[in-house]
Design a binder for this molecule. Structure first.
Ligand code: ZN
Length: 458
């Protein structure tokens, strides 16, 4: 009798304590301090390993590279302790900018995933405003837009007048609008100049996207947010100056949050010289003093959460940039390694506490994006956990990634701390060696503006 399952170990939430978690029907029913208190026929004792709330990664691209998809990406997530992720809308061939595409994606997700997934929505470059309310009601978790044109159809730059109108509508839904914030004119003209002068070495990617191209894009958006009252989120902040501007706007009452990515905390522009296309991401890797500046902001609680910006490209999309960095695809796979790497560089190294790690990687992402019952070890919440053994060290081997993208500038790095188990809704989905559930186990997690009665679900 007792609980269906009990987990025992060092529980990490607002503090770290030896305790037990009683699980019934996929939910956390009881959390207690101490040992041998909760009864169950199925007790898993993790001893001195740390039981974290399952990590929530708000920034993942399953279909920017359509060869990838939900199955390999969600298996990568399970291995890395990411039990819920938010999939970006810039899919190839079609971005998720209407309800029909959105519902198709929900169906596919529930057939192919092994962890739980929320879906972002977006709007077309012009004329897409009427899809905002329907997408919110279909269960979009948030809306993503860009001030930089990566692709005029799939990943467009939205004009300012359209951004303002979209923000007014999104404000009504109560959902977040998030931006890829880079200044298009500055970057396009610098890249043209560099190409004409045949300056196509790896570091040219950094030089053509200077910090001012990020800060000025973010400034404009925060002022738009002030006048529309929308909840604004800035994705992949790469420079400490951007965080300072966000802090100022926060202090004046603008509802703005930000994330940085593990890459901007662990790599710098020297890695772009060293690894070339493998280390090409947007915005680019910055200088070492900027990396230190971002860590300082993490320690001072100026950065709300950390994401991976998992964007998996196979080698062929990267090697074409070997002689000209501008030809390489941007992005790298991160779901399998973000949590252990940051644990190693953040917690093991003593920069941040396990509690803060739990906040940045699980609790804050779920809270800010208003994802119900995820991100905390609390009674009534989903029994989602990532269990990290801080005593195990291991070496990153890109060849073993579940993703088809087997290229990483972190290849060969020794990591102190290993994810030894992941649980989704009480089910162990990864045991430290293998993924234990089949595609179809993962569920769609609707955003909080979801209206079930409007949905026709097959
Ligand atoms: Zn991204």
């Amino acid at each position: 009798m007792g609980y269906e399952k009990v987990l025992r170990g060092k529980i990490v939430q607002d503090r770290v304590f030896d305790g037990e978690i009683g699980i019934n029907n996929g939910k956390i029913e009881k959390v207690v301090e101490g040992k041998n208190i909760l009864k169950s026929d199925s007790i898993e004792d993790y001893e001195s390993a740390l039981i974290f709330p399952g990590f929530v990664d708000v920034h993942v691209h399953c279909f920017s590279n359509p060869n990838e998809g939900f199955t390999t990406t969600s298996r990568s997530a399970a291995v890395g302790g990411v039990t819920t992720f938010l999939d970006m809308p810039y899919d190839l061939p079609n971005p998720v900018n209407n309800v029909a595409f959105f519902n198709d994606k929900v169906k596919r997700l529930e057939e192919e995933s092994v962890v739980d997934i929320c879906l972002w929505g977006t709007i077309s470059k012009t004329g897409g405003l009427d899809q905002i309310i329907p997408l919110a009601e279909a269960g979009a978790v948030a809306f993503k837009m860009s001030t930089f044109e990566t692709d005029s159809y799939r990943f467009p730059r939205i004009p300012d007048d359209e951004i303002l109108k979209a923000m007014e509508l999104i404000q009504e839904t109560g959902l977040i609008v998030a931006f890829h914030a880079e200044n298009d004119e500055i970057i396009v003209s610098l890249i043209d100049e560099y190409k004409k002068e045949n300056k196509v070495y790896p570091r040219a990617h950094n030089e053509t996207r200077p910090p001012v191209s990020e800060t000025t894009a973010v400034l404009k958006l925060m002022e738009f947010a002030k006048w529309t009252g929308v909840k604004l989120h800035i994705v992949h902040v790469s420079h400490p100056r951007t965080v300072e501007l966000i802090e100022y706007f926060k202090s004046t009452g603008v509802q703005v949050t930000c994330e940085t990515c593990y890459t901007y905390l662990l790599l710098d522009v020297d890695d772009l010289d060293k690894h070339g296309p493998k280390a090409k991401i947007n915005p680019p890797l910055r200088h070492r003093e900027d990396v230190d500046g971002l860590w300082k902001h993490i320690m001072e609680d100026h950065i709300d959460l950390i994401s991976s910006d998992h964007a998996p490209w196979e080698e062929e999309h990267k090697v074409k940039g070997n002689d000209n960095i501008f030809l390489a695809a941007s992005g790298m796979p991160g779901l399998e390694i973000i949590a252990p790497l940051l644990f190693s560089e953040g917690v093991t190294s003593g920069k941040i506490t396990p509690e803060k790690f739990a906040r940045l990687m699980a609790t804050a992402p779920a809270e800010k994006f208003q994802i119900q019952n995820k991100g905390s070890i609390k009674e009534g919440y989903d029994a989602d956990f990532a269990i990290i053994d801080p005593t195990q060290s291991w070496e990153i081997d890109e060849k073993r990634f579940n993703s088809y993208s087997k290229i990483s500038p972190f290849n060969g790095k020794i990591v102190h701390g290993k994810n030894i188990a992941s649980f989704v809704r009480g089910e162990k989905v990864y045991d430290g060696e293998n993924v234990l559930v089949d595609p179809g186990f993962g569920k769609f997690v609707p955003g909080f503006a979801y209206k079930e009665e409007n949905q026709v679900r097959g």
